[in-house]
Design a protein around this ligand. Sequence first.
Ligand SMILES: N[C@@H](CCC(=O)N[C@@H](CS)C(=O)NCC(=O)O)C(=O)O
Length: 209
Amino acid sequence: MKIYWIHAQAPLRVLALVKHLGIEAELVRIDPVTGGLHTPEYKAINPNKKAPTLVDGEIVLFESAAIMAHLCIKAGSDMWPTENLEEQVEVLRWLTWNEGHWTPAVGPYYVEKIVKKTFNMGPPDVTVLEKSEKNCLKYAKVLDAHLAGKDFAAAGRLTVADFSLGSMARYWKEADMPFENFPNITRWLDGLEQIPAWKNPWPADEKVA
Ligand SMILES: N[C@@H](CCC(=O)N[C@@H](CS)C(=O)NCC(=O)O)C(=O)O
């Protein structure tokens, strides 16, 4: 099994899961700056020209949520629930909310403050951040209320929903995401940091494709 990744938040979720569950996989690092996502070979497995991508025999998957579900099924992990289908629905709700609402809410902070720095793309555009605040606060309020009295987003335990929701938000301090008044979000993020594979998701010995 091969997992193609770049140093960014969607692959981060998958790499954290691989490490957390002790899954054997060849982790192939791609350099997006030198066009690694645009080669004919890579576009054949991920026409979006994004990472991550998983290749497991005949199975080729893009989208980190689907990849994480596949990995959990293979590893027999209930981080993607398959026994209790109501739990699966609950996890699915937060995975879809993440893509539809949370990513657009926190993504501008992540891109301007973290992605640009990681890939030498110039300084953050503060006007983007100013315009993003209202939407970020709107959805942070939703997540904070949901997390009141909870350590995890769904099913009362760690699931792939936490890894999806947390992968941009984990940078909230460096990225100036306005979470100061959302104590349940920051407590939940601090809790995730106690998980060794989440704290350090990146592979130690990686191969650059
Ligand atoms: N919804 C996709 C998002 C994939 C995605 O946007 N990946 C980013 C990294 S977080 C990427 O490859 N960006 C490179 C680019 O756009 O050139 C997933 O969850 O896998």
